[in-house]
Design a protein around this ligand. Structure first.
Ligand code: DAH
Length: 344
C-alpha cells in the first residue's frame, strides 16, 4: 500500500513539473503502462490474503484514476500553453518598419503655389487657368498694351507666329475670366501658371518662370480691400510680424498701380544685406483694375471696380527659402530638391 502511495506522489509531482506534451506522454506510458512501477507493485498481490487483495485492488485503481486525471488536466494546460505559443509566434509584428521605397519630394515652386492656393481658397477665391500659348490680343491688347505701347519692350517673348506667343505674364487670364463672366460680378480668382520671356538666363532671370495672378471684381471694391488682402498674404507667407508698404508704380492694366514691399523678415526692418539696408523687400505688383480693361473685357466700369495683383513664384520661393540662383529650380539636381520636405 505504502508503495502505491509513494508511486502516486512521485507520479503527481512529475506530472506537475512536466513542461511538454511529449514529456507528459512519456509519463503516461511509464506510470499506466504494462512495465511501470504500478504493474510491479501489483505483482505482490499474489502473496496477499483475499481481503488485502481487495483493498489493494481498490487503492491501486484509485491511484490509477488519480494519475489519469492529473495527466488529463495537465494535458489541457500544456495544450493551451502550446496554442498560445503558436499564436504568439505566428503574430505579424506590424511595428516592424517595411523596406523603404525612395520617395520624391515636392518641388519648392509647387509648395509655394499650393500654399498660395490654400491661402486664397480660404478667402473664398477659386482657381482659374489660361493657355500658355496665348494670342497677342489677350496677352497685350486686352491688358491695355496696344501694339506700339512702350511697356511691351519689357515683355519680349517667344512668338509662334505674329499673333501667337508664349504668354509673358498670367495677367491675360484676367481677361479670359472677365469675358467668361459676361459683365457680371463678383469675380474672385487666382491664376497660377507658367510664363515666358525672351530674357538671357542668369542667377535671377529665366526665360521660363511662374506667376500667380489675383483678380477681384465687385461693386464698391477699393484700394483698402487690396491692401488688406496683400497684408494677409505677406503675414501668412513670411510671418505674422510682416507689414506691407505700397509705392506708386505703373502698369498699363491697373490704375492706380502700386509696387508692394514687405518689411524685411531677416532684420525686422532695421536694414541688412537682404533688404539692401532699406528694411523693405519688393515682392509684387498690384493695382486697381484699369477701367479701360474692365470695359474691354465686358464690365461696366461705372458699376464695377476691381483690384489685381501679380506674384512671382520664384521670387517668393527664393526669399522664403534663401535660394540665390533661380536656375536651381529647373536643373533637377537632387541635392537641391531633397532639401524641400513638406512638414504638414
Ligand atoms: N503682369 C505683371 C508682370 O508680369 C505683374 C502684375 C502687376 C500683375 C500688377 C497685376 C498687377 O495683376 O496688377 O510684370
Amino acid at each position: 500500500m505504502d508503495e502505491l502511495l509513494k508511486i502516486k506522489e512521485e507520479a503527481l509531482l512529475k506530472i506537475h513539473d512536466c513542461s511538454s506534451l511529449k514529456e507528459l506522454n512519456d509519463l503516461r506510458v511509464f506510470y499506466l503502462g504494462k512495465k511501470g512501477p504500478m504493474q510491479s507493485a501489483m505483482k505482490s498481490m499474489k502473496d496477499m490474503s483475499k481481503e488485502q487483495r481487495a483493498s489493494f485492488g481498490q487503492v491501486s485503481n484509485k491511484v490509477k484514476q488519480e494519475i489519469t486525471q492529473a495527466i488529463e488536466e495537465k494535458r489541457k494546460v500544456l495544450e493551451e500553453a502550446e496554442m498560445l505559443k503558436k499564436i504568439q509566434n505566428e503574430k505579424i509584428d506590424i511595428s516592424l518598419p517595411g523596406s523603404q521605397l525612395p520617395l520624391g519630394t515636392i518641388h519648392p515652386l509647387t509648395m509655394i503655389r499650393e500654399e498660395l492656393e490654400d491661402l486664397f481658397i480660404g478667402m473664398g477665391y477659386s482657381i482659374a487657368e489660361g493657355p500658355e500659348v496665348e494670342s497677342d490680343h489677350f496677352n497685350f491688347e486686352l491688358m491695355n498694351l496696344p501694339k506700339d505701347h512702350p511697356a511691351r519692350d519689357m515683355q519680349d517673348t517667344f512668338y509662334i507666329d505674329e499673333n501667337t506667343l508664349l504668354r509673358t505674364h498670367t495677367s491675360p487670364v484676367q481677361a479670359h475670366v472677365m469675358l467668361a463672366a459676361n459683365g457680371r460680378g463678383p469675380i474672385k480668382v487666382i491664376c497660377p501658371g507658367k510664363t515666358y520671356r525672351r530674357d538671357d538666363d542668369d542667377a535671377t532671370h529665366s526665360h521660363q518662370f511662374s506667376q500667380c495672378e489675383g483678380l477681384v471684381i465687385d461693386k464698391n471694391i477699393t484700394m483698402a480691400d487690396l491692401k488688406g488682402t496683400l497684408e494677409l498674404f505677406a503675414k501668412k507667407m513670411f510671418g505674422e510680424k510682416r507689414e506691407i508698404r505700397l509705392r506708386p508704380s505703373y502698369f498699363p492694366f491697373t490704375e492706380p498701380s502700386v509696387e508692394v514691399d514687405i518689411s524685411c523678415y531677416n532684420c525686422n526692418g532695421k536694414g541688412c544685406s537682404m533688404c539692401k539696408n532699406t528694411g523693405w523687400i519688393e515682392i509684387l505688383g498690384a493695382g486697381m483694375v484699369n477701367p479701360k480693361v474692365l470695359e474691354m473685357c465686358g464690365f461696366d466700369s461705372q458699376v464695377y471696380q476691381g483690384f489685381a495683383f501679380g506674384i512671382g513664384l520664384e521670387r517668393v520661393a527664393m526669399l522664403k527659402y534663401g535660394i540665390d540662383n533661380i536656375r536651381d529650380f529647373y536643373s533637377g539636381d537632387l541635392r537641391f530638391l531633397n532639401q524641400f520636405v513638406r512638414k504638414d
